[in-house]
Design a protein around this ligand. Structure first.
Ligand SMILES: Cc1cc2nc3c(=O)[nH]c(=O)nc-3n(C[C@H](O)[C@H](O)[C@H](O)COP(=O)(O)O)c2cc1C
Length: 380
């Protein structure tokens, strides 16, 4: 297959990744209405076509929290990326490094902070979930500092888990190697399985061996359910900000009131996000909330956005509405599942090419000059 779009990569990933892990990526919570709206709401926003303007010497570069980027499209933190492909987080981090965009490692990754640091030179970002075990939380922050991570992404929208039916049906809450269904799904993808057999990185390596009482994948699932702190509040955010001491990005803001509270913490950026439609089903799409949040706090704090970005056109629309950065989750997971590091590079190439040409056809040469004037009035 000639790969031209993110959808092409999705189809390839679906063929190559065991069902339970493919489904884990391609799912939203409950009815998946927010998951779908994240993508479809981008279609409502229309671009203004301009002609007869100089299109030479274009640049998509824009900094995100002071980090230079080739384009303001970071790889979003995603748990279990190392199950889309063996050593997945390392592959994705390498692709991001070569392309000049930030890679964000999830707390719930398969490869550890140290694994990724060992295989990359450029600083990456680390995403933190707030746990009840504050000693473990502090140790995660210290490890991210030791690995010279250049930003901490603190996720605020997953203190309890929104149910994704596919995960329940696939039995994802138990170790995949221990159920008949899991083993059957794995046996159907022998190449995936061979690569997985060849790596030592199979469990949640940020956690196993670091947190007390977690020694294998089985106990980890129950540990996670018990450990995410449902009492997380803005005081914790301040405490984490102080303890971290570096660039802080607050992820999961979808409401202007929360955006104001987030801005008051003195964080460097917020991510307008509904966790890719995986948490509160029935919440609005991220892109539909971006404009109001930018208008409320955009002159005080960098506003980033994720959810539903599937093309360079989507990135441009987000930047035009005032985002200073964007993130892609599933698009890079599909690339990873389809073709490993090369597939993530392909994802980034597709998005970059579309972004660059879209910008030119809107009559601009520098992405940082893109604004609402490039959108059709009445369409956003
Ligand atoms: C499979 C998967 C796992 C995810 N795991 C995490 C995670 O561990 N931490 C986190 O903050 N967000 C996580 N997210 C949410 C992403 O960071 C991001 O908000 C979302 O994927 C953006 O939507 P998109 O996939 O449409 O680009 C995950 C998303 C997916 C699809």
């Amino acid at each position: 297959m000639t790969v031209c779009t993110i959808e092409d990569l999705r189809k390839l990933a679906e063929k190559r990744v065991p069902r339970m892990f493919y489904d884990y990526a391609d799912s939203g919570s409950w009815t998946e209405s927010t998951y779908r709206a994240n993508e479809s709401d981008f279609q409502k926003i229309k671009l203004r076509q301009r002609v007869a303007v100089d299109m030479t010497n274009r640049s998509t570069a824009m900094p995100m929290v002071g980090n230079n980027t080739f384009m303001p499209v970071a790889l979003a933190p995603t748990g279990l990326a190392g199950m889309q492909r063996a050593d997945g987080e390392i592959h994705a981090a390498k692709a991001a490094e070569k392309f000049g965009v930030p890679f964000t490692l999830s707390t719930m990754s398969i490869c550890s902070i140290e694994d990724v640091a060992e295989h990359t030179q450029a600083p990456f970002w680390f995403q933190l979930y707030v746990m009840k075990d504050k000693r473990f939380l502090e140790s995660l922050i210290d490890r991210a500092k030791a690995a010279k991570c250049s930003a901490l992404v603190l996720t605020l929208d997953l203190q309890i888990l929104g149910q994704r039916h596919k995960d329940v049906r696939n039995g994802l809450s138990t170790a995949p190697y221990k159920s008949i269904k899991g083993l059957t799904q794995i046996a159907a993808k022998p190449l995936w399985a061979m690569r997985m057999l060849a790596t030592k990185r199979k469990g949640f390596r940020n956690i196993i061996g670091h947190a007390e009482g977690v020694s294998n994948l089985d106990s980890l699932f129950s540990w996670t359910a018990e450990q995410f702190d449902p009492q997380l509040n803005w005081k914790d955010v301040e405490w984490i900000k102080k303890k971290w001491g570096g660039k802080l990005i607050l992820k999961g803001i979808l409401d202007t009131e929360d955006a104001k509270l987030a801005e008051e913490t003195g964080a460097d950026a917020i991510i307008v996000s509904n966790h890719g439609g995986r948490q509160l089903d029935g919440a609005p799409s991220s892109i539909s909330q971006l404009k109001d949040i930018v208008d409320a706090v955009g002159d005080q704090i960098e506003v980033h956005v994720d959810g539903g970005i599937r093309s360079g056109q989507d990135v441009l629309k987000a930047i035009a509405l005032g985002a200073k950065g964007t993130y892609i989750g599933r698009p890079f997971l599909y690339g990873l599942g389809a073709m490993g590091e090369q597939g993530v590079t392909k994802t980034l190439e597709i998005v970059h090419k579309e972004l660059d040409i879209t910008m030119a056809l809107c009559g601009e040469r520098e992405l940082r000059n893109i604004g609402r004037k490039h959108l059709l009035p009445g369409s956003f």
